[in-house]
Design a binder for this molecule. Structure first.
Ligand SMILES: NC(=O)c1ccc[n+]([C@@H]2O[C@H](COP(=O)([O-])OP(=O)(O)OC[C@H]3O[C@@H](n4cnc5c(N)ncnc54)[C@H](O)[C@@H]3O)[C@@H](O)[C@H]2O)c1
Length: 386
């Protein structure tokens, strides 16, 4: 087999003290598909330089801004310049940075939520279309092997016609006014100018919504929402409750909160059809429980027998060696790499090349807008745009 060079990655954000940038770096590195070679990690020059040094980057490729990075990398010969840009900054920068990177001819792997609002999301989708570059959105949870297994089993009709979709994402870390006590992650997440239309809604409600539509294979047609801000003085919602009506008649409930004091990352999805249902929870991601009307319950385990072909491509270790959050992220990087390479070596190792992208992003931002509008009105049901 011919030698395969890793794809080259540039990162925007993810400087010293940041959260998700480090997760992206670990995920991109796991399979050897990617090598980080450039970055503009922080607007603080000291933090930017120190991050580049710590990561062992060539100082000449640690740039002061995304604009510098895009123009300098474009000027490098093909084969040396980056292939893709990972955008891991706060939300208000996702749209301008994604569009600039796509227009400059680079593939993009961007953090969620896609943008501040639906209009920006549509502009990113248009930029991806005209550039012919790939755009991936870090809806991490759809990268878990058993989420793929759940999706495949619903799609092949194991449960019959779907009737119920119940999703909840329960966190407690914003139960107090952390946002006004110097917590960097909380501070921008509760500022409408940098977080967007939704607080908890945009931050984790979008994860729950994407997971529900992705696994059920159904689209939400209309919703009835309640948004609450429990912590006094906070400028965005910290608690979301939504009733969902899906095309075809299924009904659903989405609960997302960041004030369930003591909760960690309680993301749980339950889907029921005429014959039975499934239950998956992010904090026990290697077990998928199936329950049936006419026979005992089953436990499906990551790497165990009976996996769908597309699930196998998302598993790295034998059953019982736990895979988790970083590997789920890595599955997105692996699929993007396989897609960019057009089905060569990585695909041959069995990677299923699907990854969340513009369609998921536009749907989730339509959801955010519909929830905000519905919660502020006296109307009982609101449709989703698009
Ligand atoms: N997919 C997931 O599971 C997941 C989890 C956590 C966060 N996120 C998303 O990741 C993004 C970042 O969140 P975080 O918690 O890591 O935030 P953070 O505040 O910890 O990090 C943001 C980083 O961006 C840098 N930055 C800000 N402006 C910049 C600019 N103009 N140029 C270069 N760098 C800049 C900051 O210096 C910092 O290093 C958010 O959009 C968030 O919603 C996703």
């Amino acid at each position: 087999m011919a030698r395969v060079e890793p794809l080259k990655l540039g990162m925007i954000g993810g400087g010293e003290g940041a959260f998700i940038g480090a997760v992206h770096r670990m995920a991109a590195g796991i399979d050897g598909d990617w090598r980080l070679v450039a970055g503009a990690f922080s607007t603080d020059a000291g933090r930017n330089t120190r991050t580049g040094d710590l990561l062992g980057l060539d100082a000449g490729r640690v740039y002061g801004s995304i604009d510098e990075l895009l123009s300098a990398e474009r000027a490098l010969p093909e084969g040396e310049r980056i292939d893709a840009v990972a955008i891991v900054t706060p939300n208000h920068l996702h749209a301008p940075m994604s569009i600039a990177a796509l227009d400059a001819g680079f593939h993009v792997i961007c953090e969620k939520p896609m943008s501040l609002n639906l209009e920006e999301a549509q502009a990113i989708a248009a930029a991806a279309e005209r550039s012919g570059r790939h755009y991936a959105l870090a809806f991490t949870y759809s990268g878990y092997p058993l989420v793929e297994e759940a999706r495949a089993r619903v799609a092949r009709g194991d449960f019959g016609a779907i009737r119920l979709v119940q999703v909840e994402y329960s966190q407690g870390w914003l139960s107090s006014a952390l946002d006004r006590e110097g917590n960097r992650q909380a501070e921008w997440r509760t500022d409408p100018a940098r977080a967007g239309l939704g607080g908890c809604l945009g931050d984790i409600g979008t994860h729950a919504f994407q997971l529900a539509e992705h696994v059920s294979g159904l689209q939400v047609e209309s919703l009835c929402a309640d948004l609450t801000t429990h912590v006094p003085g906070r400028r965005l919602d910290d608690d979301v409750s939504v009733l969902l009506r899906f095309a075809g008649g299924a009904r659903g409930v989405l609960k997302a909160t960041q004030v369930a004091a003591g909760d960690e990352n309680g993301l749980r999805l339950r889907i029921h059809g005429e014959k039975g249902g499934l239950d998956w929870a992010q904090m026990e991601p290697n077990t998928l429980t199936l329950r049936w009307l006419d026979r005992p319950a089953e436990l499906v385990r990551t790497g165990g027998p009976g996996m769908a072909e597309t699930t196998l491509g998302r598993i790295r270790t034998p059953a019982g060696h736990p895979e988790g959050y970083i590997e789920a992220f890595a599955n997105i990087y692996r699929s993007v790499a396989a897609t960019i390479r057009g089905g060569d070596t990585v695909a041959a190792r069995g990677a299923a090349a699907w990854f969340p992208g513009t369609a998921d992003g536009v749907r989730t931002m339509a959801f955010v807008e519909a929830v905000v509008a519905n919660a502020a009105s006296d109307q009982k049901w609101s449709g989703l745009a698009g």
